[in-house]
Design a binder for this molecule. Sequence first.
Ligand code: KG4
Ligand code: ZN
Length: 361
Amino acid sequence: MIILGIETSCDETAVSIVEAQGDLESLSFKVLGSAINSQIDIHKEYGGVFPALAKRAHIQNLPIVYGEALNKSGIKESEIEIIFVTVGPGLEPALWTGINFAEDLGKKLNKPVVPANHMLGHTVSVLFNGKKIEFPAIALLVSGGHTELVLLKDWKNIEKLGETQDDAVGEAFDKVARMLGLPYPGGPEISRLAARARNLQSSPSTDGLDFQLPKFPRPMIHSKDYNFSFSGLKTAVLYYIKKIAPDGNLSDMQKMEIAREFEDAAIETLLHKTKTAIREHLPKTLIVGGGVIANKKLREDLLKLNETYPDLEILIPDKDLTTDNATMIAAAGYIDHLNLPAQAGGSGARELRAKGNLDLS
Ligand code: KG4
Ligand code: ZN
C-alpha cells in the first residue's frame, strides 16, 4: 500500500511517502520519499513555538514539502492509495493546516483521508530498517511537547501509563536554557554545558576547586503513578538563580553547574519511572521516541538498563525519525488502519487517537 503521511502538529512541516506491507505480525515499511521543513529559525526569538507563526509557515510550506517528497519518491500522485494526517495531540492551529491540506488533496486524488495519532507515531518510529517490536513493550516518549510512558501489550492493547502534568521534559530544557541566556532549542545547549561541567569536575587538573553544586528536586519520584511534572523543577532553577545571582549575571561556571544538576534531575526522574514500569510490566522491548532522546546522557543511562535487564531490547529510532516527521505518521496510520476493522469496540490505538485534541469523525 502506498501511503502519504502528513505531519504539522508543532513546528515541523513534514510529508512522507511510505510503502507499507504485511499484517500486524509481519509489518514492513519502506520510505520512498520524505521531506521536512523545520521552523526553528522562525521561533528562535520567542524561545518556543509561536502558534500563529507556525500556522502561517505550515500553509506556505506544505505544497513545497509535498512536491519535494513526491519528487524524491519517483511515484505519480495518482499512485497514492491513502492519506494519513496527524490530528493530535498538537497545536490546534498547526494541526488544522495539515488536515485542510490533506482533505483538499484527498478530494483532488479521490483517495481516503484518515486521522493519525502523533504519539502512536513516535511509538512506531522505531519500526524502520527491519526493526521489530516484541510485546509487551513500554514506550518512553520525550520531546518538546510530550512526556509519556505507554504500555503496548500488543497492537490492539495500548495504554497510556502516565504523562506530564505540566511541562514536557524538552520544554523544561528549553525554559531552563532561556534562564541561562542560551538560544532555542535549549536541550542541546544544556547538555553541552552539562557535559563540560562533568568533564571539569572529574578532571584531575581541577581537583581541589570548590564546585558549588546546586541541588534540584526530582519531581514526583515518590508518587505511586507514572506521571511526571517538570514545572517545579524549572521553578527550583529559577529560585536558585535569583538567590545566587540577584542581578541575573551568572558566571560561566555557575551556568555549567546549573545545567548539569538540572539535566541530572530531569534524567533521573525519567529513568526512575521507566524502571518502575519495567519492573511492573516486564516488557521485552523498551521504545524511546521523541527529540529529547538526542540527549547523550539520557541515551547512555537508558542503554545501561541492559546491565540489569540483559534481555530487554532497547529500540531508539534513527536520528531523522526521533524528531517530528511524517514517516512515523504513515506507519502509525497503517497500523491503526490494520487494527480498526477488527476493533469495533475501540482499539488501544483508537483510544490513543481519541485523546488527540481533534476528532475528525
Ligand atoms: O521531538 P521534537 O523535535 O519536537 C517536539 O515534538 O517537541 O523535540 C524537540 C525537543 C526540544 O525541546 C529540544 O530542546 C529537545 O527536544 N532536545 C533535547 C536535546 N536535543 C533536543 N533535550 C535535551 N537534550 C538534547 N540533547
Ligand atoms: Zn512529537
